[in-house]
Design a protein around this ligand. Structure first.
Ligand code: DSN
Length: 423
């Protein structure tokens, strides 16, 4: 590196317009409290690898069986990524080519489903994901979707109800996985249900992949037929996806990823995934995963103590949802106000929400990014105070200015990318 094309500092960045934009975004990331449950700060090693010359290589196919010449070195990259992925998740087959979690899901659907086959998945409103059956998503358009909800009282998955729905709907595929569910998902119970009705089971661990790798959430590997994940949320790697299954499904899944749903794999991203797998194999990653959950519980308890209603009463993982209904304010208004003081999170529908996804009755709060910054329980208490004050005093301009100063001071005490002008 250090050549004209290999330099990674903004000082040598030639496109001044883009340099300006990236610099602004870097400053934003450094100066705001990021509580979006699906975001994180990936390592500089991962960022450097993503920015490497591996992006230049086309490599349709798989190691040792490519459609282009000159792939012998990128074969090493993919082999290394697969080996590390299998070591980390204790699996005997993985496909590291999916460009995203949705692409990983789509490849699994193509592997085992035909048009109009039935899927049983979690209702989006209760924590499920768009790619599990939303009517405008490919899944909702090409498959027959049945959904399960959380229990209206406990707001936790009611496995007996899932069983009942599975028996009624007889799905070909059951999906266990969520994007806004704060409790442990019991993959073994889902397995039992899938077996009772002869369905395939897919676990979408996009959100909890890092917690599973770090031993903070039960694994789905060896239980679900297919596990799909993203590599950039709690997992803290590059933006991307992967699929893990038993090796008896290897040829089916490989064909469904390429040529089924993707063309050339992104070799620079696969390399960065390999770097992230190595990072996650270090003992420090287990400590990190534990701290994410500790921080999530601490922040959740703090807001609960301050009078906010927490969906399901608490959290077991990296995120939780606040129901704002009794505060007479919407998720839309609260997320905008919090953003104005530098606290970044997202509005989110809550179980049985009457408001639409653009307005919502709730907000979702997650701790992967602030934990990467090195914040701990003490800082969660401060953030809880800032959130609470901001929501309760949203018309008090002077008060909000004061919070904005405190937010800036707190994040500046935990700098990220401190010696980085550009990754
Ligand atoms: N956008 C992701 C999330 O925020 O949960 C899911 O794809």
């Amino acid at each position: 590196m250090g050549t004209k094309h290999g330099n990674h500092t903004l000082d040598q960045y030639i496109d001044t317009e883009m340099k300006k934009i990236i610099t602004k975004e870097l400053e934003r990331q450094k100066n705001q409290i990021i509580l979006i449950a699906s975001e994180n700060f990936t390592s500089q090693e991962v960022i450097r690898t993503m920015g490497s010359i591996l992006t230049n290589k086309y490599a349709e196919g798989y190691p040792g069986d490519r459609y282009y010449e000159g792939c012998n070195i990128v074969d090493e990259v993919e082999d290394l990524a697969i080996r590390r992925c299998n070591e980390l998740f204790n699996s005997n087959y993985s496909n590291v080519q999916p460009h995203s979690g949705v692409q990983a899901n789509t490849a699994v659907f193509l592997s085992v489903l035909n048009c109009n086959d039935r899927i049983l998945s979690m209702n989006l409103r209760d924590g499920g994901h768009l790619s599990h059956g939303h009517k405008q998503n490919l899944t909702g358009r090409y498959f027959d979707i049945y959904t399960y909800s959380v229990d209206p009282e406990t707001e936790i998955i009611d496995y007996e109800n899932v069983r009942k729905l599975a028996k009624i709907s007889k799905p070909k595929l059951i999906i266990a996985g969520a994007s806004s569910y704060s409790r442990i998902i019991d993959y073994k119970k889902f397995r039992e249900i899938a077996d009772e009705v002869g369905a395939f089971l897919m676990a979408d661990i996009a959100h909890v992949a890092g917690l599973i790798a770090g031993g903070q959430h039960p694994t789905s590997i060896g239980i679900a037929d297919f596990t799909t994940a993203t590599t950039h949320k709690t997992f803290r790697g590059p933006r991307g996806g992967l699929i893990i299954a038993d090796k008896k499904y290897s040829s089916l899944i490989n064909k469904s990823v390429f040529p089924g749903t993707q063309g050339g794999p992104f070799m620079h991203i696969i390399a960065a995934k390999a770097v992230a797998f190595k990072e996650a194999l270090q003992p420090a990653f287990k400590v990190y995963a534990k701290k994410i959950v500790e921080n999530s519980k601490a922040l959740c308890d703090c807001l609960k103590y301050d009078g906010f209603r927490i969906v399901s009463g608490g959290t077991d993982n990296h995120l939780f949802l606040i129901d704002l209904t009794n505060k007479n304010v919407t998720g839309y208004e609260v997320s905008e106000t919090l953003a104005s003081v530098g606290i970044i999170l997202n509005k989110n529908v809550i179980p049985y929400d009457n408001l639409n996804p653009n307005i919502t009755s709730g907000i979702r709060i997650g701790t992967p990014a602030v934990t990467t910054q090195g914040m701990g329980v003490g800082e969660m208490h401060k953030i809880g105070e800032y959130i609470s004050y901001t929501i309760k005093n949203r018309d008090n301009k002077a008060g909000l200015n004061d919070i904005a100063q405190k937010v800036k001071k707190l994040v500046n005490d935990f700098p990220v990318y401190s010696n980085m002008t550009i990754p």
